[in-house]
Ligand binder design. Sequence first.
Ligand code: CUA
Length: 324
Amino acid sequence: MLERLGLMPTQASTVAGDVDALYLSLVALSVVFSVGIAAALAFFAIRYRRRSEAHEAEQIHGSLALELVWSIIPFVIAMGIFVWGASLFITLKRPPENAIEIFAVGKQWMWKLQHLEGRREINELHVPVGTPVKVTLTSEDVIHSFFVPAFRVKQDAVPGRYSTVWFEATQTGSFHLFCAEYCGTEHSLMIGTVTVMEPDDYQAWLSAGSGDGMAGPAHGDGPRSVAAAGGELFRDLRCHTCHRQAPGALGPSLTNVFGAQVTLRGGGTVRADEAYLRESIVDPRAKLTEGYDPIMPTFQGLVSEEGLMQLVAYIKSLAAGQDT
Ligand code: CUA
């Protein structure tokens, strides 16, 4: 009903109903308490007003029952809100395993998006309906925020860091994409469209070549996959001269490194996720792999955020068992 009155955006994702239920419950709870307290205040002010100069109030000292009531009821309400909110938060923060992946880079003042299969877009995102979609976000300059009101998802894109957001659209159509973090003079123009398509239409769209409003892939005809672009960059930057599977190689082999526990020089382990791979490219000495010397130069500033995402995608693809 609120949607039809234009008071709420369309509910177009699997979590939209749950987010609205929590939000509207919090609003209702606030209204009940605000109105209740205001009414009680007015009632008591009149009912117990001072009626004459000699009128003295009767003092009451302590009431266990009353104190228990005003402690236990708010405690139960607060814990209920916490458990409800936390469980929804966990759902929102954990993309399903079978989610398709999109890379998004925020930049003053646009969203640059790339599909794993290679198609790129600017300020437009095409996704299939009924399929979980995981978006890995970062920024080239300042903090932006990826916000799709109809999906009830919003996530900051922070420079130097990866964050993720996921959604599963439940209906086809076009939906607003906003930047929800003030990011400069043209922040209000940093808007786009999410187009939700039937899966078959999406597949056809994906293979239809280079993206709207962006130069096509530099090599070949069809779009190169992100991992293939990363592989090319990997060779262009001569990463493979050290990172190879050979005795005496100067860097660790990257085959099957993604998702693995890496033993660090000086003790400790770290799980090789996207953030770790990115850090190891821009700040190689931060977490050195056991058995290797700190000889890798930093690639900070030499590779764009999109390039970093491509390299990470390439290294992820090596976990499928291919050789460097
Ligand atoms: Cu980007 Cu506001």
